[in-house]
Design a protein around this ligand. Structure first.
Ligand code: MUC
Ligand code: MG
Length: 372
């Protein structure tokens, strides 16, 4: 049996195609942690752990992800067999609290390595794919209404995306609603618009915002209030016709079970980074399915490696009722894989090659890695 012989991690900084403005930060660059796990036979698995805006989204930063992989996870991996990722991940979960993004990078790399060893796609290791193409919306977050409208029209005309999520929460509720309503009316009835508030509203802001957004024809409001306020998500979902999506509130099966117990009737944004990897994210999906909560294929704006890992996972789910947003690589000016994911027909293809179905571009990795 092959064993793990070497683990390397890199922080890779790639500029974004335009500023990406969220309620808590504005991104001009995306910083991804890329992991390479080599085995005793010379094979390699790759993984990615990525967050948004340093510590703006959650408790892990690119630097903490790399440090904790190098200092605490690497010693647990060396010499372990590569044929059973679950056994290796169990040791990691027992020894290390939290750090779900770092764990997601490692779980992905172990699955990629096993997929390459067995010559099967990662989705096969997760039970088998049900879809070859995953729908993919685009996030309008330039901060400028006319620029967002032009961007959306180009995306529709070129067949890239026909559903849009708008990042709001940075301005007053009235100003944000005016921005969203202008975009909705410019794009017309057939185009689905959602908003992501990234926790910026109080419940009273949300009551005003949701009533106005409902009138404007918006379909879903994502994470309107603070992550810990589960009851407010339940109340808002019950009160309005417009859907409520939980994102920052739900990382793992425990959060999800708690929200389900409280009677939540909205949707949940699944993210491999929040859950601790593709296997863990699918467990969150199972809790949602049991509770009748709709599923959404979410991203932390990973590059191609993390995005492909999530796409493999989502492809094993019968339905993503609330859609999917695996567009992270398209927000970056460049890519560190030799053949990028194939975006067309308002979605993205599930890669077919062994493991993730991707190959690292060594020159690009050297160019963008902070220190190589
Ligand atoms: C989030 O909060 O949903 C997903 C898309 C995007 O633009 O930001 C992320 C994070
Ligand atoms: Mg969100």
């Amino acid at each position: 049996m092959a064993t793990i012989s070497q683990i390397n991690s890199y922080i890779v900084d790639i500029p974004t195609i335009r500023p990406h403005k969220l309620s808590m930060t504005s991104m001009a660059v995306q910083s991804m942690v890329i992991v390479r796990i080599r085995d005793s036979e010379g094979r390699e698995g790759i993984g990615e752990g990525t967050t948004i805006g340093g510590l703006a989204y959650g408790a892990e930063s690119p630097e903490s992800i790399k440090t904790n992989i190098d200092s605490y996870i690497t010693p647990l991996l060396k010499g372990k067999g590569t044929d059973n990722p679950q056994v290796v991940m169990q040791d990691i979960h027992r020894a290390i609290r939290g750090n779900s993004i770092a764990k997601s990078a490692i779980e992905t790399a172990l699955l990629d390595l096993l997929g390459k060893t067995l010559n099967v796609p990662l989705s096969t290791l997760l039970g088998g794919t049900l879809h070859s193409h995953i729908p993919c919306l685009w996030v309008l977050a330039s901060g400028d209404t006319q620029r967002d409208i032009d961007e959306a029209k180009t995306m529709i005309a070129t067949g890239r995306h026909n559903t849009f999520k708008l990042k709001i929460g940075n301005r007053s509720v009235q100003d944000d609603v005016a921005h969203v309503a202008a975009i909705k009316s410019a794009l017309g009835n057939e185009i689905s618009i959602r908003v992501d508030v990234n926790q910026a509203w109080t419940e009273s802001d949300a009551n005003l915002g949701m009533a106005l957004l409902q009138e404007a024809g918006v379909d879903i409001v994502e994470q309107p209030t603070s992550a810990g306020q589960l009851d407010s998500l339940v109340r808002l979902a019950d009160k309005y016709r417009i859907g409520v999506m939980a994102d920052e509130s739900i990382s793992n099966i425990n959060d999800c079970f708690e929200l389900a117990k409280r009677g939540f009737s909205g949707s949940v944004a699944l993210k491999i980074a929040k859950a601790g990897g593709p296997v863990q994210a699918l467990k969150v999906a199972t809790v949602c399915q049991a509770a009748g909560i709709d599923l959404y294929g979410g991203t932390l704006l990973e590059g191609s490696i993390g995005t492909a890992a999530a796409i493999h996972a989502w492809s094993t789910l019968p339905e993503l009722q609330a859609d999917s947003e695996m567009f992270g690589p398209l927000l970056q000016r460049d890519d560190i894989v030799t053949a990028p994911l194939n975006y067309h027909n308002f979605g993205v293809d599930v890669p077919r090659g062994p493991g993730l179905g991707l190959t690292l571009d060594e020159d690009k990795l050297k160019e963008y890695a902070r220190s190589y």
